[in-house]
Design a protein around this ligand. Structure first.
Ligand SMILES: Cc1cc2nc3c(=O)[nH]c(=O)nc-3n(C[C@H](O)[C@H](O)[C@H](O)COP(=O)(O)OP(=O)(O)OC[C@H]3O[C@@H](n4cnc5c(N)ncnc54)[C@H](O)[C@@H]3O)c2cc1C
Ligand code: SF4
Length: 499
């Protein structure tokens, strides 16, 4: 079997950095001067205006700001930022192309390993991925704004209509089936299409994008941006069949009989988790999945132009501390809530949400009730929720997640008046594929088991990645899995041929 290449390949990156123009550019400004340049602030809409509509909050860097920000990058000989990026973007190369004003070239450099840059530039938790590894961050505490620069060039390329389709390999005649058009599935599809394989993505919903389509609201990721990046993949030759539920419309075995030779399962973790608290089924209590799907996919925020019912809620409590909770509470505020709050059982420090979303939520008037655990929901005479009983918590020793365990304080019960509650405490993998694919190994929480070096499942020719193997994770981790799986599937198909 051909030896697997390491991702990232530092040798290639070092070769790029040795080009004459890069060496000249590096010398042009001394490191000390570069370190003094302040991080460019992304312009954003006024909080008192934006918290009443669903238009995008961030406005993007200007070309001048992007060039100035790019000057802060030291073009390090060992760019650790690349190790921090699960799809191994050649970050120094794309940033140095920005510094010399070659914005479209910078976008193409990113697209060598990431087909969804305008999305990642908007939703990636950069602070815990590429930017935490940045040497400027390690020296000054303020990293180069890698994500903002990625967004800038992707938007530039799209708006200037300079999107180029890379050279595709000759057709191999091999057919690959992908389950789910989320970031994991779309990444595999794009990578394999570039390698000449014939790729079909089967997607249960009428819209492609997975959580990007049904979960993340317009004010963070406008659907036109998602649609443009999905369109790019189609131009790479990816076929997407919507309204096709694998396991119902056809099983993986059926698709095998139709001539598909390799499979990738990227079906995500779209099943809501419940707290099993008393009164959890009362009217006025939603799972975040249902609430956000109604808003994003069924456009409830454009009611009555779209006929999607959704109670507005005057006093809205959202339970949880992740991105899903933040998206739900900010949506509730925009739909007219007078009081909208996050109710979280730990403290701010342990919240898994992106730092920027928490900051934006605070600015928009969201209240945060930390160390608070809802234990019971109380109904009014019509069966709607009217109050939530909570316990105060304190933090104990760290648990398996490495975060300090919340412990209830005895006798600390108190009640909060609410008329809408959104449960965003987590999700679990959809069981349909494991149930309908005989012999596929599943872990304790319903996740599909894989070898993380290859993303191979227990069945030959079937690979998996993203939330279906990790539980709820992130867009870029799903894409990293997708890239690894595409690499393995390509090898598998080549070796299958020569056997
Ligand atoms: C509200 C919300 C906000 C988030 N915000 C962020 C953020 O800001 N940054 C970040 O990095 N991460 C964020 N995340 C997490 C991130 O979106 C996920 O980790 C990521 O989307 C996982 O990608 P995936 O491709 O594995 O799955 P998904 O995005 O879940 O895509 C799976 C797709 O498979 C389809 N599918 C499922 N079963 C079948 C079947 N049987 N047949 C056909 N199709 C099927 C689904 O319809 C779906 O389209 C957020 C998650 C949520 C819910
Ligand atoms: S994709 Fe995410 S992790 Fe990679 S460089 Fe962009 S922002 Fe950083």
């Amino acid at each position: 079997m051909e030896e697997k290449k390491e991702i990232p390949r530092f040798d290639d990156l070092k070769k790029e950095a040795q080009k004459e123009w890069r060496k000249e550019l590096k010398k042009a400004i001394p490191v000390k001067e570069r370190m003094k340049i302040p991080r460019q602030k992304m312009p954003e809409r006024e909080h008192d205006v934006r918290n009443k509509d669903f238009f995008e909050v961030n406005l993007g860097l200007s070309p001048d700001q992007a060039v100035e920000e790019a000057r802060r990058c030291l073009d390090c000989p060992n760019p650790f930022c690349v190790i921090g990026c699960p799809v191994a973007i050649d970050i120094p190369s794309f940033i140095k192309l920005i510094e010399i004003g070659k914005f479209s070239e910078a976008a193409r450099k990113i697209k060598e390993t990431n087909s969804l840059p305008a999305i990642c530039g908007r939703v990636c938790p950069q602070e815990s991925q590429c930017e935490v590894q940045c040497i400027v961050f390690k020296s000054t505490g303020v990293s180069v704004a890698i994500g903002n620069l990625e967004r800038f060039v992707a938007d530039w390329e799209r708006e200037k209509e300079e999107i180029l389709i890379p050279q595709l390999a000759n057709p191999t005649g091999k057919r690959v089936a992908i389950v789910g058009a989320g970031p994991a599935g779309l990444t595999v599809a794009g990578e394999l299409s570039k390698k000449g394989h014939s790729v079909t993505v089967f997607e249960a919903l009428h819209k492609s994008g997975g959580v990007l389509a049904y979960g993340i609201p317009e004010f963070r990721l406008p659907k036109r941006i998602l649609d443009a990046e999905v369109d790019y993949l189609k131009k790479l030759g990816v076929e997407i069949l919507n309204n096709f539920v694998v396991g119902r419309t056809a099983t993986i075995d059926d698709l095998k009989k139709e001539g598909y030779e390799a499979f990738f399962i990227g079906s995500g973790a779209g099943l809501p988790t419940f707290m099993n608290a008393e009164g959890e089924n009362l009217n006025g209590i939603y799972s975040a999945n249902e609430y956000l799907t109604r808003i994003n996919l069924m456009r409830a925020f454009e009611f009555p132009n779209y006929d999607t019912p959704l109670p507005k809620g005057k006093r809205v409590a959202v339970i949880g501390g992740g991105n899903t909770a933040m998206d739900s509470v900010r949506s509730a505020k925009r739909l007219g809530a007078e009081w909208a709050a996050i109710v979280y059982r730990r403290t701010r420090k342990e919240m898994p949400a992106r730092v920027e979303e928490v900051k934006h939520a605070e600015e928009e008037g969201i209240e945060f009730l930390f160390l608070t655990l809802p234990v019971k929901f109380i109904e009014d005479e019509r069966g709607w929720v009217k109050e939530m009983e909570c316990l105060r918590m304190e933090l104990g020793e760290p648990d398996a997640s490495g975060r300090r365990r919340p412990i209830p304080i005895k006798g600390s019960e108190f009640r909060i008046e609410v008329d809408l509650v959104i449960n965003a405490v987590g999700t679990s993998p959809n069981p349909l594929i494991p149930q309908t694919t005989k012999g596929i190994e599943v872990g304790k929480w319903g996740t599909i088991k894989v070898d993380f070096n290859t993303m191979a499942t227990s069945i030959e020719g079937i690979y998996a990645g993203g939330d279906i193997v990790r539980g709820g994770a992130t867009v870029i981790l799903a894409m990293g899995d997708g890239r690894m799986a595409a690499y393995s599937i390509d090898l598998y198909l080549k070796n299958k041929n020569s056997r």
